[in-house]
Design a binder for this molecule. Sequence first.
Ligand code: BDP
Length: 565
Amino acid sequence: MTRLFKSHHKRKVTSLNGFWRFKIDPDRAGESEKWYADFPKDSRAVLVPGCWNTELGLYHYEGGAWYQREFETTKSRANLVFHGFYGLIRVYVDGKEVGSQYGGFAGYQCLVKGLAPGKHNLVVFTDNSHNDRNTIPLARVDWFHYGGLFRSVELMELEDAWIKDCRIDYRLDIAQATAHLDLHVAIQNFSVSREELKVYLDEQLLAARTVSFQGNAGDVHSITITDLLVPNVRLWEPANPNLYQIRLELENDDLTERIGFRTITVQDGKLLLNNREIKLKGINRHEDHPDWGFAVPLKLMKKDLDIIKNLGCNAIRGSHYPNAPIFLDLLDQEGILFWEEIPMWGFPEHALKDPLTLKRGLAMHEQMIKRDYHHPSIIIWGLHNEIDSRTKAALDVTKAFAAEIRSLDPTRPITYATMHPLDDICLPFVDIISINLYFGWYSGEVEQWESFLRDFKAKMQNEGLSGKPMIISEFGAGALYGESTFEQQKWSENYQEKYLEYTLNLFLNDPDIIGTYIWQYCDVRTARELELGRPRSFNNKGIVNEYRKPKQAYWTVRKMYTGAR
Ligand code: BDP
């Protein structure tokens, strides 16, 4: 299952989940030995979706690896869709490379042409190795680089004309409860001369257009349909997350998207959802579990959401990468507000200066926004996290990212999480200022938050940033599950509890702070580079442990979030 609704009724979609042959390639022999044509006999069977680091014997493996299976098609064209992988992917069909992409959290669609009806050999190479210059993320992160095909793989068989893409925009009049829809549809056509394109809102026909194709086989045609009126709109909001399905239909192909009608704006230091002020009571969440890595199953996603909602949260930050499409569907249905970002974490100056960093970052933002544009739950795009935002190199990257995101999506506010708030020179480019700091954990005493907030507000005033809302996007303390001390020492559950009680009390009562995201939801495995500073090789700042058992702080935060305005 990849989505919570059916994206295609006519298009033939086959799941390629299940057993694949698999072999790691630490010596990079696969290419020269042509594993893409002749898969090694000593390979093993693994289940897709899955991360190889959760297989026996591969706990630490980072590098290249190969997957193989067969698929069967009756059509000559197919889209192979890889919904999630880490790093690089290269796809081979019947011994020939058919496509590749860098960056897998927002998935990859690989169009294959010229297929004879029948069985085909599918081989995939993927590589989760990293460097300290221009991979996104870099080698040094505070989570684990789980490798593999960690979300579903699908085969979509394509007709002569198929809907390649669709973008739905709307203008919403909240007072009149009406919306006007604008649609941009991309149809790739191989041999038909005309098609009837129909647009449905839920079951109701909204528009029908005859499209005449001219040009060459394989051309992509853009069709724009504007100003489709939707009366009696039921808004999407956390308490009533109303959703609508928009179905596009051709003679032999179709595509369903799901949207919600809502506005999200920033005004005079406030965040407004449907023109009403909203405060974000949030938490940071990694898609991680010891038994699954990134390949978290739907049941666990639902449980995570139940635990998070029970905590009194209305918001989640998807730290630090695009999440599974099905998780975003769940958020849409449950009315939880989401901040999504690319995995650009902790980039120092030299890495920001590398031209490939910028190129990859821009491409990843585009992949993420194209995939996730229609989710009403997404209210904020995050540009990056804790880069060296005191530098000119960061300013150049931030400026380029901000311009790109605003042109791809002018409807959502943008932000990034800074760890250098007082010396940050990139803040003018974003709509919301988001701060990650750990006074009372890595340095100083927790009480320093108060003087920091005074100093930071003065900076905002001096630098003309006062109209921007402020979020505390990370704050937290490590606690080993079960550790309890009389003196409330670091690494104990009661230190964490005291820490979060103090900080939340401060932030929730500060009218200038529009949101708080606790670091973090659950304990997660960390990268090898950080293991020595992290007991158990885990980041232990979760308010539940990695098996989702609550620590003491959970109950205190719950009281504060559920009692808060
Ligand atoms: C910040 C990061 C987050 C870390 C956290 C921590 O954004 O990913 O894991 O601090 O130190 O640096 O626990």
